[in-house]
Design a protein around this ligand. Structure first.
Ligand code: PLP
Length: 482
């Protein structure tokens, strides 16, 4: 991606790739979109892809792959044990991160399962900048709890702090003193902190955290799933690294960690996952669990073709032109929305544009899931599928009461190199219409509520007939237009 100045003086993002394979998408009429949303129980996870125009649910496993990734898939060495494909992947990971041992797994949460089973003892506490849904679920499942020690700016939707994902050093020291080192399972640093709007962590902050933890003897676990975005922000926002290569920045980060894991659905634009460490004892403990839950040690549940694509994808992660498209598009979408008065998370992060559903729908109480309602309304208004990232995505407290989210967000993920600038502008336009008509959006209530990760397949119903009213207003305002 490049930012290019046009004759008019306007600076716009210019794609530094060409598209040589395309997929047709459908934009259904608004009445059909209303029906599909009703059938999906007002949960965008339950929509069928054939009914979605722009799928901005996630970037997970849906980033565009390069021609070199596809080519590499053809040379996969398909064997149960000892495949060359595995050794090619291992070599790239060792070169990129500089850690000794690699364990393959079928995706990011599988790594979390292995790490939690190894490090979480009943009653222990994991400290982290912020939880991710599956991370929290695995820690709780193993009898632990977690505490978030993100800096205060990380929890405020609008800010100018360049690294809102940073851990608060005072809170870290206080937690260690209060809990005692022996009761802390690990300190987890999540790159490109997902649930607070794809916000990065600085190297300076990671250095400080690592030093404290190493002195106290607490393992530092790095979730590198969103490393690509985080690298872009280190390069562009942290002065010390402006002229440092992405490989050297990655190496520097890795030298501060005891365990690194990643979802290859995100990092490396493929599918799968992996764990890295130079700690031989931890490695031996985690290795025992791989054949039990994932597969043999040289594939860990991944297909060899995906492993080859990952090997190339990881190398491409160290190319700024490849990894900067998402953050530059996120910034462009955020700026469009800000210009229209629509509240979004600032500064723009990676992963996607995060709309502040709490402010957008300030007439809907958190108990009626404003983020879920806005995500449903956006699909009806545009065919765009976003993801609820608010109270619905939280687990209930043990006593059954709602745990209200710190932030009510709708995430519009920008998978890498999948969408064009005009599609980004279309999404901003339909959101602007929705903002003008936001008083029409009402709340949601659960019809079927799963006890674990309820946001994935829970079904909801609208409070009142607001979806019908919204569709009627759309038809009135847009006439025959889709
Ligand atoms: C920060 C983070 N960690 C872990 C995961 C889990 O990865 P996976 O979906 O591959 O299980 C995700 C997935 O979105 C993520 O964003």
């Amino acid at each position: 991606m490049a930012k290019v100045t046009f004759l008019s003086g306007e600076t716009i993002p210019l794609e530094m790739h060409k598209v040589r394979m395309v997929q047709k998408v459908n934009l259904l009429p608004v009445e059909d979109r209303l029906d599909r949303m009703q059938e999906a129980g007002f949960n965008t996870f339950l929509l069928k892809n054939r009914d979605v125009f722009l799928d901005m649910l996630t970037d997970s496993g849906v980033n565009a792959m390069s021609e070199n990734q596809y080519a590499a898939m053809m040379q996969a060495d398909d064997s149960y044990a000892g495949s060359e494909t595995y050794y090619r992947l291992e070599a790239v990971l060792q070169d990129m991160f500089g850690l000794e041992h690699f364990l393959p797994a079928h995706q990011g949460r599988a790594c979390e399962n292995i790490i939690a089973q190894t490090l979480v003892k009943p009653g222990s506490v994991a400290l982290m900048n912020y939880h991710f849904t599956t991370t929290a679920a695995h820690i709780l499942r193993n009898g632990g709890t977690l505490e978030e020690i993100i800096i205060d700016e990380g929890r405020s939707i609008q800010s100018t702090h360049p690294f809102k994902g940073n851990l608060d050093i005072a809170k870290l020291n206080e937690a260690i003193a209060r809990l005692g080192r022996e009761n802390i399972s690990f300190v987890r640093i999540e790159a490109g902190t997902n649930l607070v709007g794809g916000q990065p962590v600085s190297v300076e902050n990671m250095r400080a955290v690592s030093q404290i933890c190493r002195t106290a003897g607490i393992p530092v676990v790095y979730d590198a799933s969103l490393l690509a975005d985080n690298l872009y922000f280190i390069k562009t926002r942290e002065a010390e690294f402006a002229d440092v290569s992405l490989r050297d920045i990655t190496r520097e980060i890795a030298s501060l960690m005891d365990v690194i894991y990643f979802s290859a659905r995100k990092l490396g634009s493929s599918r799968g996952g992996g764990i890295l460490t130079s700690d031989t004892k931890l490695f031996a403990q985690m290795r025992e669990l791989i054949p039990l839950f994932e597969g043999f040690l040289t594939y860990g549940g991944m297909s060899v073709r995906e492993m080859e694509a990952l090997t190339v994808g990881l190398r491409e992660t160290l190319d700024l032109d490849v990894i900067n498209q998402t953050p530059i598009f996120v910034e462009a979408m955020c700026n469009e929305l800000i210009a229209k008065g629509i509240p979004v998370v600032t500064p723009p992060g990676g992963l996607g544009c995060h709309v502040d559903a709490g402010a957008f729908c300030d007439h809907i109480p958190q108990s009626k899931y404003p983020s879920g309602a806005l995500a449903s309304a956006l699909y009806i208004a545009s065919g765009v599928r976003g993801m609820e990232r608010g109270t619905l995505s939280e687990a209930r407290n043990k006593d059954g009461t709602e745990r209200l989210a710190d932030m009510e967000l709708v995430r519009l993920a920008i998978p890498k190199r999948v969408y064009t600038y005009s599609q980004v502008k279309y999404t901003a336009d339909r959101l602007a219409w929705l903002f003008e008509n936001r008083h029409l959006i009402g709340g949601l209530a659960f019809e079927e509520e799963p006890s674990v990760l309820r946001f994935f397949f829970g079904r909801l119903k609208p409070v009142g007939d607001w979806p019908e009213k919204l569709a009627t207003q759309f038809r009135k305002d847009f006439g025959e237009s889709l």
